[in-house]
Design a protein around this ligand. Sequence first.
Ligand code: THU
Length: 157
Amino acid sequence: MTDKNININFKEYASFDELETADRELAEAAVDAMKGSYAPYSHFNVGAAVRLGNGQIVMGANQENAAFPSGLCAERTAMFAAGAQYPDQDMVSIAIAGGVMGRLAKSPATPCGGCRQVMAQYQTKSGKPMTVLMIGEGRIWKFEKVDDILPLIFDSI
Ligand code: THU
């Protein structure tokens, strides 16, 4: 038997101003994307913004439905839109923001497991790391690759 350890490194920023320009733009787009949230059940608004290899930003927001499983998270809404509209572009970065009544929460928005798996697949598709920005009011986390938020990624088939 051998004890193993997985170590995760990430950066924490105290404000949007501390971010480099491209990240700040993407973080602002994620907050802006919260306006597109349709959340009549949870009242939790999530926005996501995906940066493509050509620099373009694709936004998404959570969409809920009375038949609960039919709704979709903001991250997947954004990634699937990017994948469907720009199939030849890599997804180089994603930013996520969330809160209630359209107001950004203090805690950074942490993506659900299903969205992490979808990020992992698009990262594998592009063959390059996808950075992940989780946005909170006065607290922003940056992960350099999806592996850092989804260790032991499933990509066996
Ligand atoms: N939600 C997201 O949009 N992204 C996540 O990663 C977690 C949860 C949405 C789904 C639902 O509309 C609401 O937040 C409450 O779960």
